[in-house]
Write a protein that binds this ligand. Structure first.
Ligand SMILES: NC(=O)C1=CN([C@@H]2O[C@H](COP(=O)(O)OP(=O)(O)OC[C@H]3O[C@@H](n4cnc5c(N)ncnc54)[C@H](O)[C@@H]3O)[C@@H](O)[C@H]2O)C=CC1
Ligand SMILES: O=C(O)C(=O)[C@H](O)COP(=O)(O)O
Length: 381
């Protein structure tokens, strides 16, 4: 493959494309869901997000030699086929893991405030303790929250400290799902929560899914929740995206259009990871640093403290899920346009920065608040 003058086809929703890939060739941007084989007849390099199915049908008889997905998840990629056909591949592991952890913390603080409990009085169960789950684990542990962890692949590898899913479902007050979507292997996650085990969940529990929709059997969840509406549902992902089951959506406390990982920092990091992987594969010296791209991402959010703010106030000054929820619910009103509206909410998602980018000024936080802020990822100088 040539090192410059490449033909690059990319999902139009990948940020910092020109900045990172512009010097390598010509970029043709297309809506991710419509990229097809005929679009790739002259493409050397294909850059996608999670909505493009990358397989033999898409790539056969094209000159594509490298595929990058600016996402953590890879369930939309037939990686075996790429390998068999000697096509280079990179995903962006961990790129938006902080964003997802912050989405979760923000949601949990919202529900805690509404129901007058402290997270430290609850047991949080994390299912899937990889990049996302681990960051959530670390932040909650620093806050003093009790945790139960479930990760059979890590347990199989001899790591300690995990419990069975059934135990976690029975004992956790808050359940957070962060597994990849898999349908084969030793521990497939497809319909991991289903009609056989949903009832193990404690009365009054909170169930959050920010992994992939089909990890919960959505039909079973809807049927079960009609009898178990004591459980608070927080859903970022849906089984048949972009189609959302409106009946299920009506039952959630917070529902969002698969944006848990949508910090600008996380998205740009994803593009940059592909750039770096591609350069490495092609023996090209990368010319652009991640910090260059982030510096151009726009102003860092400022939070002027007056004194008396709580952790929840400051977290919600950076990310409050309520606005996303409102837009999401509005998008359900017309069933016919709902799938398109789902995609548009994602395409036009407002700039959201990670906690680490926030500039806190004004009144000095108490030592206790400073510790909590630092636990969840704020940077205090
Ligand atoms: N809602 C959103 O915006 C986002 C969703 N995601 C989803 O979250 C998933 C997890 O992300 P990462 O933590 O970065 O992935 P990762 O690959 O670093 O970690 C996944 C963890 O899940 C574990 N796991 C696999 N199968 C399991 C099972 N059946 N039961 C319990 N644990 C299992 C693995 O051993 C691993 O430790 C991604 O694959 C992606 O599908 C990721 C980013 C954003
Ligand atoms: O990284 C992942 O995995 C995610 O779920 C992304 O947040 C998905 O974003 P899109 O690729 O669907 O824009």
């Amino acid at each position: 493959m040539k090192s410059t003058g490449l033909n690059i086809v990319a999902d139009e929703n990948i940020p910092a494309l020109e900045r990172l890939f512009g010097h390598l060739g010509e970029i043709r941007k297309l809506p991710g869901r419509t990229i097809q084989n005929s679009d790739l007849q002259h493409a050397d390099l294909l850059l996608v997000r999670s909505v493009t199915r990358v397989d033999q049908t898409l790539l056969e008889d094209t000159p594509v030699r490298f595929v990058g997905t600016a996402t953590i998840g890879t369930d939309h990629i037939d990686t075996d086929w790429l390998k068999r056909n000697n096509i280079g591949f990179s995903s962006a592991p961990g790129c938006n893991a902080d964003a997802v952890a912050e989405y979760v913390i923000s949601n949990l603080l919202l529900v805690a405030g509404e129901n007058d409990f402290r997270l430290t009085d609850k047991v949080v169960g994390i299912v899937g303790v990889g990049n996302v789950g681990r960051r959530l684990q670390q932040r909650l542990a620093k806050l003093g929250v009790k945790l139960l962890l479930n990760d059979p692949p890590r347990a199989d590898a001899g790591e300690k400290g995990f419990v069975a899913l059934s135990q976690l479902l029975q004992q956790a007050d808050i359940i957070c799902l962060h597994t990849p979507l898999t349908k084969s292997g030793s521990h497939p996650s497809f319909h991991l929560l289903n009609e056989d085990n949903l009832d193990l969940i404690k009365p009054g529990a909170i169930l959050l899914n920010a992994g992939r929709g089909p990890v919960i059997d959505n039909k079973a969840l809807l049927d079960w929740h009609c009898k178990r509406n004591d459980v608070t549902l927080l859903l970022d992902v849906w089984e048949a995206e972009p189609v959302v089951d409106a009946h299920l959506a009506q039952r959630v406390r917070i529902g969002t259009p698969h944006i848990a990982g949508y910090s600008l920092d996380g998205k740009i990091r994803g593009t940059w990871m592909l750039y770096r992987a591609f350069c490495l594969q092609q023996n090209i010296v990368p010319q652009i640093e991640l910090s260059d791209c982030l510096a151009e991402a726009g102003p860092e959010p400022e939070v002027q403290l007056q004194g008396g703010e709580t952790l929840t106030d400051i977290v919600h000054a950076i990310y409050q899920p309520e606005a996303d929820f409102k837009h999401f619910m509005d998008s359900l009103v017309d069933a016919e346009s709902q799938p398109l509206a789902f995609d548009l909410l994602r395409k036009n998602y407002p700039v959201r920065r990670e906690f680490v980018a926030a500039k806190l000024s004004g009144a000095k936080p108490s030592a206790e608040l400073a510790e909590q802020l630092s636990a969840v990822g704020f940077c205090l100088d």
